[in-house]
Design a protein around this ligand. Sequence first.
Ligand code: NAP
Ligand code: GDD
Length: 340
Amino acid sequence: MKKALITGITGQDGSYLSELLLEKGYEVYGIMRRKSVVDYGNVEHIKDKINFIYADMTDVISLINAMKISQADEVYNLAAQSFVATSWEQPLATADIDALGVTNMLEAIRTVKPDARFYQASTSEMFGLVQEIPQKETTPFYPRSPYGVAKLYGHWITKNYRESYNLYACSGILFNHESERRGKEFVTRKITDAVAKIKLGKLDCLELGNLDSKRDWGHSMDYVKAMWLMLQQDEPDDYVIATNETRTVREFVDAAFNCAGIEIEWNGSGINEFGKDKATGKTIVKVNPKFFRPAEVDILIGDPAKAENKLGWRREISFNELVERMVKNDIYLLSNGLEK
Ligand code: NAP
Ligand code: GDD
């Protein structure tokens, strides 16, 4: 039985990856931060099948301990301060966790079990002010947020430990991926949660920032399969994981309201843009500059050809299915008093 250690197990990707590895017969270990109220986050439903270890990415001793306890064959480093907007409010904590935390994990592996295979959760945010469209493994990086800068360190230190110490270490450069388990501050879930609330008469209007920014959105369930595939190859390497489609935030809003039978009519422009419910004439979407970022990533669209050719990875869940699943789930949670 193979053993896997997942950092960030309580998050969106940690939960889908845990399900995938349990299905494959792995013994799954996960590191968890101590909180005042015990909270298993997205793995509450499978908590009895997981071996939890209290640890923190900023505490190398705790990661060495996690490696000693788990004796993991595969380590998936998904833990991060993952919300870009917060990285301007907490740039140092973001760097400690998302940059130095990666070195801490790599050192723990090198010290305890250097033959363990390592996956680093790199990100399309590293492309930032994009130097090429679409972005691929060879596209130069230009991060636009403290989060992107910290993740770029994590990306390079992973490559460096591979080259310096011959560790089997890979980075997945994953483009935005969402799901029913996405945190509610991220734009997709913020939208689908608001659509459910507006549909059920519990909210009047959704306030958003930059409606023009473009993202390449896939489903987390598809993306965790790529993480696993990366650790099953003969040689470690880095891969872009994306859908090769890009849409504006405004298009996501349209698609989400459509799933609830509401058609939006857009009016105005810039900070005065708003969306009306075509049927009722009520304004249900507005721009609020408070959600603008100090520096924006205008467009992301990835080319997953390398992963498709070398890993045999394929995206299975389409954009429309992703949006529909998220909207249906939020309507279900709200209708049944289950939303958090
Ligand atoms: P997420 O839902 O925000 O989960 C982040 C996880 O990291 C949570 O389990 C969180 O634990 C944990 N964590 C945060 N700080 C920690 C610390 N100091 N020590 C230990 N654990 C800590 O993120 P996600 O969407 O699943 O993303 C997974 C990884 O992929 C992240 O590294 C993210 O940056 C990266 N990524 C995500 C995307 C995407 O679109 N989703 C794209 C590219 C890359 P708590 O429950 O204690 O907060
Ligand atoms: N969160 C949020 N809230 N974003 C908004 C809003 C709003 O009200 N209005 C517009 N946006 C825009 C943001 O400015 C950004 O351009 C886009 O929507 C997506 O924002 P997020 O959903 O917060 O995601 P992100 O692209 O910044 O970061 C996510 O993807 C990265 C991969 O590219 C996160 O999952 C990162 O962890 C991940 O690395």
